[in-house]
Design a protein around this ligand. Structure first.
Ligand SMILES: [Zn+2]
Length: 136
């Protein structure tokens, strides 16, 4: 009986240790990925330039996403510009003003997302404009 209990205690201890190790590993990775989570170095010059212009005109920009390996355009399944680090999603306080300015001044893709996403997307692809109520 006692040995059975010991085995159970040992098993539980091992499970807890495994869980703790997993948490530590995940924590480490999360910290690591935080630093290089949204690499901007790979973005095309024109996109970096637009981001700098938006910052200057409309204030601080929070980068939501740049490179997303294997990213597909939701609904179409086509390869996203994010898969090749040719697009950036960002938030800026004056979202509507920034979007209108980009519509006039950026000759690639300009997308506006509302609701849960609530960000602006720009890429260096063909001239395209969209305004959506869902994440993409
Ligand atoms: Zn995007």
């Amino acid at each position: 009986m006692l040995s059975k209990l010991n085995v159970t205690v040992k098993k539980m201890r091992n499970m807890i240790l495994t869980a703790l190790c997993a948490l530590l590993l995940l924590g480490g990775n999360a910290q690591q990925s935080q630093a290089g989570r949204h690499p901007t170095g790979c973005l095309p010059g024109i996109i970096k330039q637009r981001l700098a212009e938006v910052r200057k005109k409309f204030g601080p920009v929070t980068i939501i996403s740049t490179m997303r390996r294997g990213a597909r355009i939701s609904g179409t399944g086509r390869r996203s510009k994010h898969a090749d680090c040719r697009a950036v999603d960002f938030k800026v306080k004056n979202k509507m003003k920034a979007w209108r300015w980009l519509n006039k001044n950026h000759n690639g893709g300009v997308g506006l997302y509302h609701g849960r996403c609530s960000h602006i997307h720009i890429d260096n692809g063909h001239r395209a404009r969209w305004n959506r109520n869902y994440c993409g």
